[in-house]
Design a binder for this molecule. Structure first.
Ligand SMILES: Nc1nc2c(ncn2[C@@H]2O[C@H](COP(=O)(O)OP(=O)(O)OP(=O)(O)O)[C@@H](O)[C@H]2O)c(=O)[nH]1
Ligand SMILES: [Zn+2]
Length: 306
């Protein structure tokens, strides 16, 4: 049978078949994944084959289907092992706010770079629309112009008042979506709007914890009433933990990526080189100064996460 992993404790995996049946499964033997050593070979979002053990009613996972992408967290200890947080994401939504609290452009850009590096389409959700003054709305339009121009769709919503929630709902339908954002931007409020049955969620988690849940490896995807899943797991909130080689960084800025083949030097850093197409576009205001600042900041190893 084929199933989608919707929950994982690190030793038990819940597989959901296309007809919606759920089976608790375990892994037999070892799964090796090319290139990385992981503490957990299978994660939420994975598609697996499994065999049912008729007596126990549980399954044994026998095969892992190829992934289109996955996100990892590095382990805190020095074993260099990574933990796969989730696989096969269709999109990553970053919830941001212009006020209370204000999400910095540096944080947004770092998130977008990480999503590019992971090969996950990213979208921005500007929340707390109800708080915006006329001036705030102008700033919002300026921000949206920067990001929509380079291919990141933007949505403006109010989780509090329910404004434009249907647009987000349409976005989530039949997709696996990661929702991220700083504390206080209204992620929980937004998720509550999308998944009104929150009590059920909490209940399910505690039931599963009896199966030997390790808080660090526990992950779950929540199925939306209209189809699709959202991923909500401890520690995922600040996706921004990937090592990127300096030389590669500009590949993860779409507006630089599309211009850098016109740079005079093919190893151009886009910092002070003559004949740099990126610097020329910056000069001509075809590249947003804030985006270029984020590039320099990440390039120089400054933390722009706050
Ligand atoms: N005015 C306004 N307030 C909102 C909106 N959405 C959320 N809030 C408020 O913002 C505060 C933070 O919202 P949460 O949903 O807890 O934010 P969060 O991102 O889940 O925060 P953490 O749980 O700390 O990660 C709460 O007081 C919410 O009531 C909105 O659209 N408008
Ligand atoms: Zn250049």
């Amino acid at each position: 049978m084929q199933g989608l992993i919707t929950k994982s404790t690190g030793s038990w995996y819940q597989a959901q078949t296309p007809d919606g049946q759920r089976y608790d499964c375990r892994i037999k033997g070892k799964f090796r994944i090319k290139g990385i050593t992981t503490t957990n070979p299978i994660a939420v979002g994975d598609v697996v084959d499994f065999e049912l053990e008729p007596e126990q009613g549980t399954g044994v996972i026998t095969n892992l289907h190829p992934r289109k992408n996955y996100i990892i967290r590095k382990s805190i200890n020095l074993s260099k092992q990574a933990q796969i947080i989730a696989a096969n994401l269709d999109q990553a939504l970053l919830v941001v706010t212009l006020a209370s609290p204000r999400t910095s452009l540096g944080f947004i850009d770092r998130f977008l770079v990480t999503a590019e590096a992971y090969d996950i389409p990213a979208k921005l959700i500007f929340n707390k629309l109800d708080l915006f003054s006329d001036e705030g709305l102008e700033i919002l339009q300026a921000y949206k112009a920067i990001y929509e121009d380079i291919g990141y769709p933007c949505y403006e919503v109010s989780a509090l008042e329910g404004t434009n929630i249907d647009a987000v709902q349409a976005l989530l339908k039949d997709n696996i979506t990661l929702i991220s954002g700083h504390s206080g931007v209204g992620k929980s409020s937004l998720i509550n709007r999308l998944l009104p049955d929150l009590d059920l969620r909490t209940h399910q988690i505690s039931e599963w914890s009896d199966k030997g849940m390790h808080t660090t490896t526990f992950a779950e995807m929540f199925e939306l009433p209209q189809g699709g899943f959202i991923i909500d797991t401890p520690g995922i909130r600040e996706l921004g933990i990937i090592d990127i080689e300096k030389q590669e960084l500009s590949h993860f800025f779409p507006e630089m990526r599309e211009r850098m083949h016109d740079c005079r030097f093919n190893n151009c850093r886009h910092i002070n080189e003559p004949g740099c197409a990126v610097l020329e576009a910056l000069e001509n205001e075809d590249i947003a100064p804030s985006r270029y600042e984020s590039y320099l900041s990440i390039y120089n190893g400054n933390d722009t996460r706050s």
